[in-house]
Design a protein around this ligand. Structure first.
Ligand code: ADE
Length: 227
């Protein structure tokens, strides 16, 4: 997979790609991530990429020309499965979307800033708009990093234990069950006996019950959705 991220602040978004599972995925060649500084396509030597919105109102808007040129430049070299725009005024990211996107070959992610991007860019290029939650960040960079993390870890081979992504919260629309590790007793706090029993059918049953219990308590909407 190749991910091209268009941003006004390349330095802001780089560090999440330099650690842990995501770094390993890049080092092992499962994914290439390229950062494109929108200011390289600025309209003047002062780096102009935004302007006031027509009709009045507070906040600057990313201009159509620099973004158009940047995306066209990328599209000269390859076809893209998706051109994604990170914005709070979109459908919220979920595990299903991450699963689907993890099978793409090439994607562009445009990160918004200020009041967002000129609507003509959304109309012309954007195939998917994604929000990471019902709150407004100061830019789309952190949102893009969240999206990339969620989908890169799903690329087959990226996680050492192939099954571990399948048992994440949300893969079956349930929250994950509690987990424990050694020691089996600490300051009087004990690990549920069933987990030490070696009876894997019983353990699976226990985990399912605990998942349901947690989901019912914390996210009943996930259960209602499937009924
Ligand atoms: N940009 C600003 N806020 C955002 C959000 N919640 N999701 C995606 N992009 C954003």
């Amino acid at each position: 997979m190749r991910i091209d991220i268009i941003t006004v602040h390349p330095e802001l978004i780089k560090s999440p790609f330099e650690f842990s599972i995501i770094k390993r995925a890049i080092d092992k060649g499962f994914v290439e991530v390229h950062f494109h500084d929108l200011r390289k396509f600025a309209l003047n030597k002062y780096g102009k990429i935004d302007d006031y919105q027509f009709g009045g109102g507070a906040g600057m808007v990313l201009m159509v020309e620099p973004v158009d040129q940047c995306i066209n430049d990328l599209m000269k070299d390859r076809n893209y499965d998706e051109v994604i725009y990170m914005t709070p005024d979109a459908k919220t990211l979920n595990q299903q979307t991450a699963n689907t996107l993890s099978t793409a070959e090439n994607i562009i992610i445009l990160t918004g800033h200020y009041k967002g991007v000129d609507q003509r860019i959304r109309d012309k290029f954007i195939t998917k708009e994604i929000s990471i939650g019902d709150y407004v960040l100061s830019g789309g960079e952190l949102a893009a990093a969240v999206l990339c993390d969620a989908l890169i870890r799903l690329i087959p081979g990226v996680l050492g234990d192939e099954t571990s992504a399948l048992t994440d919260s949300f893969q079956d629309d349930l929250l994950a069950p509690p987990v424990y590790t050694r020691p089996s007793e600490y300051k009087g706090m004990i690990v549920p006996e069933v987990l030490l029993s070696g009876d894997f059918n019983k353990i699976d049953e226990w985990r399912y019950e605990k998942s349901m219990e947690r989901t019912r308590k914390i996210r009943p909407d996930l259960i209602d959705k499937n009924e």
